[in-house]
Design a protein around this ligand. Sequence first.
Ligand SMILES: N[C@@H]1O[C@H](COP(=O)(O)O)[C@@H](O)[C@H]1O
Length: 195
Amino acid sequence: TRVGILISGSGSNMEALVDSMTGDHPARACVVLSNVPGAGGLARAAARGVAIETVDHRAFGRDRAAFETALDAALAPHAPDILCLAGFMRVLTADFVSRWAGRMLNIHPSLLPKYRGLDTHARALAAGEAEHGCTVHAVTPALDDGPILGQARLRIAPDDTPATLAARVQLLEHRLYPLVLRRFAEGETDPVMLD
Ligand SMILES: N[C@@H]1O[C@H](COP(=O)(O)O)[C@@H](O)[C@H]1O
């Protein structure tokens, strides 16, 4: 199974995914694509011998369809079977998502359905939540809304800040996403919970 990974930033989740796909793992990373030229994750992917692509969304202004046509063209030579969104910060259209229905995963830094969207750590702290965490879900046209494939949770500490919480949640992300991807590549879609 060939896995394409879409990133926009440092790529720590991408790295965890790529490093997990070894030995008897049924999948391998075939491409890492960024919408941000020079994103830190591209160099990390190249250092691991994975092909890299860049499709700069700014070149397409508000024309999402044109951006996605360019995405398709960049991905096609690598023929991914599954797409993993890993800190990919562009909202994809329903048309693109439906073309990858059942074959695209995303990691989100909250315990969905709570805190869809941005600034999840600050919002969880502001709401006085006792628990927080991250979610891997199948991507559907509604933002951060698809079927949950896995969650990992932690207890919020009294002295947590958005930054410390983000760092603690990212450690969970790096365990959860590879676990869910492996299960998904093996055809297992029952949700898995990490505590
Ligand atoms: N959507 C969020 O964006 C962050 C990306 O980090 P990285 O994987 O690029 O390091 C992750 O924390 C993810 O939950």
